[in-house]
Write a protein that binds this ligand. Structure first.
Ligand SMILES: C[S@@+](CC[C@H](N)C(=O)[O-])C[C@H]1O[C@@H](n2cnc3c(N)ncnc32)[C@H](O)[C@@H]1O
Ligand code: SF4
Length: 279
């Protein structure tokens, strides 16, 4: 079956990246958070050796890339060691709110330089007021300072921008955000922009666009609770995991959900390509 998965990845039918949810708790409480994360969230953590084992299995099956998200992955003291071990298997991107990169944590994170690990940092608007309304007081200043420190230490940084589709962003605002990320040393190809998806806390807060299976690329995603169609799948609404995009509860061996995902893709009607460009 690893051959079928590798072939599906090679042909582009199956995205090459496998996502792991390292944990669900977070030091922030963003207004639109699809995982409903906060300091009091259940951790739902994947054990460190489990994350590395999943990376090994993903490579053996023919996947080409790994992603780590949460919650805030860097709240875990073991995160840098886990990322280094995962990146020995496949290139890895880790999503982060970048609010913890100072002191001892920054020293530890600096060890990622020179390894195939990219940190994708969330920054939503060029203007601090707009950004901080979604992501919390002082977030813009904290994140901009952190990006500078990461880039100075030789770490590749991407920026992920999440926009409220009901709030118009002027050409000038867009241009200023791009000027800001370029000035921080982040190239245009390393800036991703997507709409708020109406799941988790965003749904409760009546924010964002509805996303169906047809809108979301089938990126195999593993959490402590199971395997899902997309990293936008294992969302938490009112404290409860949403299961509409659950593929299997079994995640070991990884071939089980990977094979199930492949069957689902092959059953997809033609033309049902992902439409929202959500990454
Ligand atoms: C859930 S966070 C986890 C990683 C980290 N805590 C962070 O904020 O970057 C991953 C990414 O998803 C984005 N995100 C959160 N809720 C979303 C939603 N409802 N729709 C679209 N993107 C969302 C965040 O802005 C962030 O860029
Ligand atoms: S979007 Fe990221 S930083 Fe914001 S609450 Fe959710 S997990 Fe935390």
């Amino acid at each position: 079956m690893s051959t079928a998965i590798a072939e599906a990845v090679r042909s582009g039918r199956l995205p090459g990246r496998v996502w792991l949810y390292s944990n669900y708790h977070c030091n922030l409480v963003c207004t639109y958070c699809l995982t409903d994360s906060s300091p009091t969230s259940l951790r739902r953590a994947l054990a460190p050796d489990r994350m590395v084992d999943l990376a090994v299995q993903a490579r053996d099956l023919g996947f080409t890339d790994l992603g780590v998200t949460g919650g805030e992955p860097f709240l875990r003291p073991d995160m840098v060691d886990v990322l280094l071990a995962m990146a020995e298997q496949l290139p890895t991107v880790v999503l982060s709110n970048a609010t913890l990169f100072h002191g001892d944590r920054l020293t530890r994170v600096a060890a990622l330089a020179g390894h195939p690990v990219v940190i994708q940092v969330s920054l939503d608007y060029a203007d601090a007021d707009d950004n901080d309304a979604q992501r919390g007081d002082d977030n813009h200043a904290t994140v901009v300072a952190a990006i500078t420190r990461l880039v100075e230490r030789g770490i590749r940084v991407r920026i992920g921008t999440t926009l409220d589709p009901d709030v118009e962003v002027s050409d000038d605002q867009q241009a200023r955000l791009c000027a800001l990320h370029r000035s921080l040393g982040v190239a245009d190809e390393d800036h991703v922009v997507r709409p708020i998806v109406r799941r988790g806390r965003a749904d409760v807060a009546d924010l964002g666009v509805k996303a169906t299976v047809a809108d979301l690329p089938p990126e195999l995603t593993v959490t402590a609770d199971g395997a899902w169609w997309s990293p936008f799948g294992p969302t938490i609404r009112d404290g409860v995991p949403e299961t509409d995009l659950l593929i299997t509860r079994t995640t070991d061996p990884l071939a089980t959900p990977a094979t199930a995902l492949l069957r689902l893709i092959d059953g997809r009607p033609p033309g049902e390509d992902a439409r929202l460009g959500i990454r």
